[in-house]
Design a protein around this ligand. Structure first.
Ligand code: F0G
Length: 348
């Protein structure tokens, strides 16, 4: 069952909504003992592995809603700007809904797997010579002028769908965690999680609300700095964003939850990415590892015995070159194809 069916009473859908689904949601909450061991003091850490959605990122949660509602409204095409994952999800759901998808991406700054997805799902891909922020400004204008529906997180149905990730966390843990650590780009997802936790609390499904900890890459940290970054830069291309679309919402989440925003360096991101892959057996993309990098940076502040959830937003397979460039595993190349060479290389 997809998330619209799983959480229908909590979502703005009716009998008339054509549900366009790829069976997204219901992703695992995986314990992270190696991360927890670095904190100690009885802290429990879980990873919300949202890279196990159908197109490999949390964007599917928002896209099943946005595309279903666009279809309900009679729209025949969707458009988005994207650092990659939104374009893959928009392309896939538009394809399922029999609609056209147009995606604008920053030329040269989208991980290869994401580009491959958008192309194979049949989107029309427009790579522009600018960054994500410029691409978003253009698609907003296009959607105002032409008959295409904007499916970036400015589309309110996107956040409605994404809030179901918070429902799933509470459904598994029995309550909200003490901390929720999450990477921020446009800050749609942190806003959506907060909506979800609040809705569950209001209906008595959760007794408490989490402290929301949002993390950005230090070269692209407008929400930490409090101003737009003109030339955002980071290895985590998914969150290479200088002018977040949901800035006000995110600032409200920080205030209401008593949370905080901080920046993590590319070095810290890669370190967390390696711990996740090499010690937890969980392969996420670099942007996703920012949540764990942030938790480790703030490890002293975690209350003893606390439960922490880190959101892993995207699948590591989307960006194989980052993994190959930054893994520290033994990779013996150009070996002669004989038993003696193999055994010797193995250390026998
Ligand atoms: N993690 C990943 C893997 C992402 O792709 C994104 C955003 C984020 C985190 C940040 O989420 O924007 O809701 O704060 N990716 C967008 C895209 C921008 O186009 O795929 P946010």
């Amino acid at each position: 069952m997809g998330l619209i069916e799983a959480y229908r009473p909590w979502l703005p859908v009716s009998d008339k909504t054509p549900v366009i689904s790829l069976m997204e949601g219901n992703t695992p909450l995986v314990p992270a003992p190696a991360v927890a061991a670095r904190i100690g003091r009885g802290v429990r850490v879980y990873l919300k592995v949202d890279g196990l959605n159908p197109t490999g990122s949390f964007k599917d949660r928002g896209m099943t809603m946005a595309v279903s509602k666009a279809r309900e409204a009679g729209s025949e095409a969707v458009i988005c700007a994207s650092t990659g994952n939104t374009s893959a999800a928009a392309a896939a759901y538009a394809c399922r809904g029999g609609m056209r998808a147009f995606v604008l991406i920053p030329d040269g700054y989208v991980a290869l797997g994401k580009l491959a997805q958008a192309l194979l799902y049949g989107a029309e891909v427009l790579a522009i010579k600018a960054n994500f922020d410029r691409a978003l400004a253009i698609v907003r204008e296009v959607a105002e002028t032409y008959p295409v529906t904007l499916v970036n997180s400015l589309n309110p149905y996107r956040l409605e769908g994404q809030k179901t990730a918070a429902f799933e966390v509470v459904d598994v843990l029995g309550d909200a965690p003490d901390w929720l650590c999450i990477p921020m780009g446009n800050a749609g997802n942190i806003s959506a999680y907060w909506m979800g936790f609040q809705a569950y609390k209001a209906m008595g499904r959760a007794r408490r609300l989490p402290t929301m900890k949002g993390f950005q890459a230090s070269g692209s940290a407008p929400l930490v700095l409090g101003h737009t970054v003109e030339q955002p830069d980071t290895i985590a291309t998914a969150i290479r964003i200088g002018n977040p679309a949901n800035r006000e919402k995110a600032v409200r989440v920080r205030k209401e939850s008593g949370g905080s925003f901080d920046a993590v360096s590319d070095k810290e991101i890669i370190e967390a990415y390696r711990i996740l892959g090499g010690e937890e057996g969980v392969f996420c993309e670099p942007a996703s590892a920012a949540s764990v990098a942030g938790l480790l940076k703030h490890r002293e502040q975690v209350p003893s015995g606390a439960t922490v959830v880190c959101v892993l937003t995207g699948n590591g397979l989307k960006d194989p070159s980052s993994a190959i460039d930054h893994s520290q595993a033994a990779f013996h190349q150009d070996l002669d194809a004989d038993l003696a060479t193999v055994a010797r290389t193995m250390g026998f």
